[in-house]
Design a protein around this ligand. Sequence first.
Ligand code: SF4
Length: 628
Amino acid sequence: MAGGFWGRILDVDLTTAKITVEEKDEQFFRAYGGGPGVGLYYLLHDVPAGTDPLGPGNVMVFAAGLLTGTVAPSVPRYTVCSLSPLTGALGKAEAGGWWGAELKMAGFDAVVVRGKAAKPVYLWIHDGVAEIRDAGQVWGKDTGETAAALKGGVGDERARVAMIGPAGEQMVRFANIVNELVHFNGRNGLGAVMGSKNLKAIAVRGTGRVAAADPEEVKALARWVAEAAKENALSKLLHIQGTPATVGSSDAAGGLPTRNWSTGSFEHAKEIGGDKLTDEYLSGTGTCFACPIRCKRAIKGGGRLAVDAKFGGPEYETIAALGSNCGVGDMDVVCKANELCNRLGMDTISTGSVIALAMQCTEVGIIGAADTGGKELRFGDGEAVLAWIGKIARREGFGDVLAEGVRAAAKRLGKAAERYTVEVKGQDAPMHDPRIKAGVGLQYALSPMGADHWFAQHDPFFAPGHPVSVATGQPLGILEGVAAGDLGGEKVRVVYYTSMLNSLFDALGVCYFGFAPRSVTPLAKMIAFVQAVTGWDTNLWEMLKVGERINAMAREFNCRLGLGTDDDVLPAKFFEPLQSGPNKGKATIDPVTFQQAVDCYYEMAGWPGGRPANGKLYELGLGWLARQ
Ligand code: SF4
């Protein structure tokens, strides 16, 4: 008996208020997995070129991972896919927490949302039933108020709510989707798509069990992971310090984005580092469904800025984006900024990036006090960061310009401002500098979602001598390490294989912080989980093909929208010399070498001219996408 999926996809048309259930067979899930595989299947069928991302024709797919909802550890994730209002390309973002598992326990693998409701609504899904309900009472409310009101409204405190805040309602182009106040489908502005549909939230509750073909084997594997996680160095570090542990190492390497990427070392790095957060702010650790690692940061709250602890503590990306990249070396401010973004429903990376851009535009004289309401927006001004988060969410004054994201905001300010943007396809770069991790640059350029740090694995894990590179690399056929700064064919191979792997992770619902190369569960155990849950006689080869299939689908989706090789570029900043750290003064990415690497990736992927060849599509079982 196959387990892990129900074969039931909820289809909700908000325009007509019609709700149907589409049945999908085992072959569908074996080919596409879950998450982005399911999402892209629907986008490729139902979202043609010319669709307005914020119009009723756009489609959203909320799809749980194939293993999500089982007791497999660290597999809580679900994906939201849509056409992105930030990039005009594929919008895709994963989140952990409990929502994805709850959806599965409610009897559905995915939810497809179409059209636009005439007035604010939310969707209530519980044990095989779905209904559209009035959301008038929570429209305009922040995420904390909304979660509390909707749990009360459905009469079940254990309901899980994925929702937007005021920023999503205002269609801020980097508004996110928030679940349980501390988990996020962060990037690509998918909260704005919900806002455009008058969809405030999707509340789910399920009391069913997701079947496994061999439940005893799943439990035995889960016990193995729980024990191994206690000893694994990477898992332990994630548990003790979470992602903020990397603030110090990024700074030491000269790769901590500081003052809108002007430099990579921050004189106040210690004040916003992992030790500081752990020693002075932490109240405990948080977790996701069935995860023994507990990497989430729970903080005490309070303090001089009255931080509300229920919105959680900041991750590395948040610390760098709203801290060092804005020149702010004050952990109180970072924690408050984190709370405000989570409360209002905005991606912390994009919020910090667009504020940092405005600060740099002030510094070089492109904008002044007259543009920003009478007070200049300067690097290091923590109070201004907090104030502008609210103005962006409400699209107040100049906040309305910044709410369009870095590319559109800079365009509005003129060509001089465009020189200071650090983005790909309109999405600002995450807080990882490709000049010290060259493969990350390749993934920024090639990710279908614009600059994204999870399109493939990061270089240090596959560098020579790294113990993890051997353990993870050998099953992938990567037998020798490749230096972090290398951009030759061997590095492209690492990026290519791990871009398949990461898409497979997303399809299964796997959290990157629970599995190799970043953490405890090796790839062989991952495949054992797939076998035990689904009952399939499968292997790593077949599963990696799921990841490769998803990447080809994403690429084809963007090509149909008109994107091509000209969009697979890096911002000029990354071809300039690093300003600090051990590699100071060296231009670590050479433009010619970089272009050769991009071309090499196309060749490996079977994408001549940047588009999947018909033969490749057939090889992946995607003949339905082949061009006549
Ligand atoms: S490792 Fe962290 S983010 Fe991943 S599932 Fe566990 S608690 Fe959640």
